[in-house]
Design a protein around this ligand. Sequence first.
Ligand code: HEC
Ligand code: HEC
Ligand code: HEC
Ligand code: HEC
Length: 157
Amino acid sequence: MKIKKFAPYVIVLASIGLGMYGCKKEEPPIVKVDETTYDEQGFAIDIRMENPAYEEHTKGIMMFSHKKHFEEYKIGCGECHHDENNEPLELKIGDPIQGCIECHTIPGKWVKDSGKDKLDYHADAIHQNCKECHTTYNKENNTRAAPTTCVKCHPRK
Ligand code: HEC
Ligand code: HEC
Ligand code: HEC
Ligand code: HEC
């Protein structure tokens, strides 16, 4: 298993972060529109969801508010990150993770009669994770704040 996939980025960015913010604490974190951004601890703030395993993305690319889900919406890491037995992971900030694609390996959406499991498909695993929680949350809170329709997540190309 290639557990350390994201580790080099996190370490490099964390050290840049520490270098830059160690002395000037009042500076805001690096913000670069439309690219994954990191806070001073190397935690991904907003993730550009454009997995390089895809030859082509048919839908608009979204920015996923990673840090907000954890900090503002109070979603634990293990609600989204699990191990090879689908057991929720207990993570700390700075821990490396395996990308979803490493286990949900086929880029794209499930093809009927493909002989494969739906969850083998990356887009289906992602959609199931995001949409199940959003649907439940909206129902319980009588709101539509958590997006469940295509265009609310995928901006028009
Ligand atoms: C609401 C779902 C969700 C929550 C909560 C969440 N993550 Fe993530 N995280 C993701 C997704 C989705 C990705 C992108 C993975 C991919 O593209 O394969 C990701 C990516 C990451 C990455 C790699 C970022 C990068 O691009 O370098 C790390 C590290 C990580 N998460 C750690 C954590 C930790 C630690 C917590 C808890 C403090 C956490 N995550 C909470 C969904 C979540
Ligand atoms: C280390 C391997 C591994 C990684 C990494 C991984 N998964 Fe999974 N995932 C699994 C396994 C194994 C299952 C169970 C498969 C089954 O039941 O057919 C699973 C099941 C799921 C399910 C169904 C959950 C349920 O309980 O019914 C969803 C949704 C899902 N994964 C989404 C994700 C997302 C999103 C990511 C990235 C943030 C991710 N997975 C990363 C291995 C992984
Ligand atoms: C366990 C619950 C949970 C999971 C899993 C989850 N979300 Fe959310 N999401 C929420 C909640 C709660 C809100 C906030 C609703 C509100 O503002 O009241 C939200 C809001 C959002 C929003 C709109 C506001 C914002 O922060 O940008 C987007 C976009 C979004 N989620 C994307 C995603 C994506 C993409 C995934 C899957 C990779 C995902 N979410 C997984 C709970 C979840
Ligand atoms: C909660 C947000 C969310 C919703 C709602 C959503 N998607 Fe996605 N979708 C994603 C994310 C995140 C990915 C993963 C992209 C990546 O990591 O490369 C994805 C991937 C895809 C992909 C594979 C990549 C591509 O662009 O070809 C397709 C196709 C897709 N979605 C279609 C849809 C359709 C159709 C709907 C509505 C029925 C929908 N999505 C609803 C977030 C969402």
